[in-house]
Design a protein around this ligand. Structure first.
Ligand code: G6P
Length: 615
């Protein structure tokens, strides 16, 4: 995964790069490094740990002069996270400096070849191999840096977003992309490079997103020349206006991005359906869907591919689509789907769900589905992301930037989009009655208020967190629409508190997990009003008789479960189909408070990254 930042222009590069790296830490934070060039000396500093560690080291060790620079924040793939493996990497001569996000898969054979030619390596990384391959080609073929990069990339197998400069060319940075994202910010006489637009948003609102297999030579005060890596063809740059603003990527008074993002849910859910849902008129308008409705209504089945939390949103959608639109749905882990030779036909519709729009496995699943003739629809949050471009059509979620590694608002906005799609299809297919259709449209329009009400239990949830923060294990149970919410609740707790947690369909408990229940086992049960309410009540009895501690998510005014449970977290009454949008809120808050009490790094939990651009 990793984040990369670069600058070439008229200002000091250091503050731009260091702040940019902080914004990209969601992409990895095992190590960080920077190289600055003032035309005389390259200053390079790198360290294990986070960008703040890098900042401290820079202050002690190097001059921060230079209006050309590149920086990197790493999520380790090859080589342990230490100072030596941190980027940037020099070539053997010391002339070339590179940063890289991705994996060079055939680095082993290239490394052997280079060693035979006398090259030595300081690190265990694939990246150091790449920069020396570039150097070898540059020397041997007597070509400029851009050409050498191009020839080298034609020899490598893998994924990359790279930025490299040459000591002998102080006015040039060369960048290239395949599989990992790369944006070029275009300012006045200055250019920025980054894994996404957040590092340069306060400097320019104009950006070029490189496509796969494209490279660019960026020349100070002049231009950006984009070429196809394979055939050297010049590409006319497609310059985009960015919608992002600075406030959206700052914490806005909250202690953590995750908490800010949990609290943003009422407004971003509204943003997601604004202009698309006209509840009183009974209209759902989704630009990306209108021209392709028949693909969906004629589909034999819908296959949803996703990873992590997005996969959980897909599971919720399975219930909604099957229940209301009567279309068979399969929900697949993208990583499994892509490798198991799935049966896909032209009559299948594939929905790919991804917050970042960059997840490598989801992207590979999309490519496979397209090759086999399926129509592929994307639900992404990041505008212009690779998945949003690779799919035939799609809908953006409008959640705004999600920085906390644990996904929260992306999940609820994904469900909002999926619900609108399902309701629209159900209406067209005639599988929903007019009254149910109108009821659910109007109820969807009340979700922001109901999520707001659910957030008001925060103080109470914090008290519950205090009681259970030292538990070693948690079980999460739900049925029907709320089974995926149980999975998501358990995932949130694992991710940020490092407490072991499992989500289960409540009825499956008796096929195994019940053996774990004793007085030390907190069991979070989603027991809101639904068709399965009585069944969930029975499951609660089963836990109670084994002395498990019950924390129940209940509907306001509930008395039955309240009497049985040890603790309750209330949410407003809501039709079952829409309930995951609200029941997930207390579970997010519970995980958040436990993680804070355990002094975990909530926004950047260990070993995780926000955008997983490697398999
Ligand atoms: C990572 C993140 C998760 C996310 C998953 C899928 O594991 O930490 O929060 O759900 O990737 O990411 P995507 O961007 O495709 O939704």
């Amino acid at each position: 995964m990793c984040g990369i930042v670069g600058y070439i222009g008229k200002r000091e590069a250091y503050p731009i790069i260091i702040n940019g790296l902080k914004r990209l830490e969601y992409r990895g934070y095992d190590s960080a490094g920077i190289a600055l060039y003032d035309g005389n000396e390259i200053q390079l500093c790198k360290t294990k740990g986070k960008v703040v560690n890098l900042e401290e080291r820079v202050a002690q060790e190097i001059s921060t002069k230079g209006s050309l620079g590149i920086g990197h924040t790493r999520w380790a793939t090859h080589g342990v996270p230490n100072d030596v493996n941190a980027h940037p990497h020099y070539s053997n001569s010391g002339d070339l400096v590179i940063i890289h996000n991705g994996i060079i898969e055939n680095y082993g054979s290239i490394k052997k070849e280079l060693i035979n030619r006398g090259y030595t390596f300081k690190s265990d990384t694939d990246t150091e191999v790449l920069v020396n391959l570039i150097e070898e080609i540059k020397k041997n073929e007597n070509v400029k840096l851009g050409k050498a990069v191009q020839l080298a990339l034609n020899q490598v197998v893998g994924a990359y977003a790279i930025a490299v400069f040459d000591k002998n060319k102080p006015d040039e940075i060369v960048v290239a992309k395949l599989g990992s994202p790369l944006a070029i910010g275009v300012g006045e006489d200055e250019f920025f490079v980054a894994s996404d637009a957040t590092p340069f948003i306060e400097f320019t609102k104009t950006a070029i997103y490189l496509e796969d297999e494209e490279m660019a030579v960026i020349r100070r005060g002049r231009d950006v020349k984009i070429r196809k890596i394979k055939n050297d063809k010049l590409v006319h740059p497609y310059v985009q206006e960015l919608q992002l603003n600075l406030e959206q990527i700052e914490k806005g008074g909250y202690d953590h991005f995750m908490l800010k993002e949990i609290y943003e849910q009422p407004s971003v859910i509204k943003d997601t359906y604004r202009g698309r849902l006209l509840a009183d008129e009974g209209i759902i308008k989704l630009g990306g869907l209108e021209d392709h409705i028949s693909k969906f209504t004629n589909a034999n089945r819908i296959i949803i591919v996703a990873c992590g939390t997005s996969w959980h949103a897909g599971l919720v959608a399975e219930y909604i689509f099957e229940d209301w639109a009567r279309i068979p749905v399969e929900v697949e882990y993208a990583s499994e789907f892509r490798y198991r030779n799935p049966v896909i036909t032209e009559k299948d519709v594939v929905i790919a769900i991804s917050q970042s729009g960059e997840t490598a496995d989801t992207l590979a699943a999309i490519k496979l589905a397209k090759e086999r003739g399926a129509f592929v629809y994307g639900i992404c949050n990041v505008v212009g992301s690779t998945i949003s471009r690779e799919t035939h059509s799609g809908t953006y979620t409008h959640a705004g930037p999600e920085i906390g590694v644990a996904s929260t608002k992306a999940f609820t906005t994904q469900i909002t989009v999926l619900t609108m799609i399902a309701l629209k299809l159900a209406k067209i297919k005639g599988t929903i009655s007019q009254s149910d259709y109108m009821l659910h449209l109007r109820e969807l329009d009340t979700i922001p208020t109901k999520v707001q009400e659910a957030l008001e239990s925060d103080a109470k949830i914090k008290e519950i967190a205090e009681i259970f923060k030292d538990a070693a294990n948690f079980l999460y149970l739900g049925r029907g629409y709320n089974f995926p919410v149980a999975l998501e609740g358990a995932l949130k707790l694992k991710e940020i508190s490092y407490i072991h947690a499992e989500g289960y369909p409540a009825a499956e408990m008796k096929h195994g997990p019940i053996a774990l229940i004793d007085e030390h086992m907190p069991v979070v049960v989603i027991a809101v009003n639904s068709n399965h309410y009585d069944k969930v009540v029975s499951n609660i009895q089963e836990i109670k008789s084994r002395k498990g501690k019950i924390i129940a998510v209940v509907t306001e005014g509930d008395t039955t479960v309240r009497e049985m449970a040890d603790y309750v977290m209330e949410v407003p009454n809501i039709p079952e189909m829409l309930s995951p949008l609200v029941t997930t809120i207390p579970l997010q808050l519970l995980s958040y408070h436990i993680a804070v009490m355990l002094e975990r790094n909530v926004d950047q939990p260990r070993n995780l990254a926000k955008s997983v651009t490697v398999e």
